[in-house]
Ligand binder design. Structure first.
Ligand code: DQA
Length: 147
């Protein structure tokens, strides 16, 4: 069975509590449940992992190579700073789709730059929880599951 990795960076475990006016009131568990349901309909196994630690995220990206058909990745604040994550994404063949819940381009200038997006297959920004679904659809297209 093919597998997809849902990877979330720092403070995404605080969804539902943190800045609800920016991120909404859904939780990471809600996202995981939604993704599980979607991928199970396509006979794909979803593995979800969240970490607040940059090196841990690098390890997970590296170990996705050849194991997962794709990665849906919200690098959160590391988006704007992490050359290590950029390099890790570049080092693997597996497609990585970057997701941001909020529209980072409507926010502080430091959020307008993504270190990671140039290494990714694509980026989905500003669609709330649905952004994860849109990333899932992009990967399913990639895997020809809609044909
Ligand atoms: C975020 C946007 C980042 O700027 C921020 O640091 C986050 C969440 C988003 O999903 O909108 O933690 O990645």
């Amino acid at each position: 069975m093919e597998k997809i990795l849902l990877l979330n960076g720092p403070n995404i475990n605080m969804l539902g509590k943190r800045e609800k006016e920016v991120y909404g009131s859904f939780t990471l568990e809600d996202v995981e449940q939604d993704m599980n349901q979607l991928f199970s309909q396509h006979d794909i196994e979803l593995i979800s992992y969240q970490s607040n630690h940059e090196g841990d995220l690098v390890d997970h990206i590296q170990s996705a190579d050849g194991v997962y058909a794709g990665v849906i990745f919200n690098p959160a604040a590391y988006t704007h700073t992490s050359i290590a994550l950029h390099d890790a994404i570049k080092s693997i063949q597996t497609p990585v789709i970057e997701v941001h819940i909020s529209n980072v381009h409507q926010r502080e200038a430091f959020r307008h730059v993504s270190m990671t997006a140039p290494a990714c297959s694509g980026q989905i920004v500003g669609f709330g929880m649905q952004g994860y679904r849109l990333a899932a659809y992009a990967l399913l297209e990639n895997l020809n599951r809609f044909n």
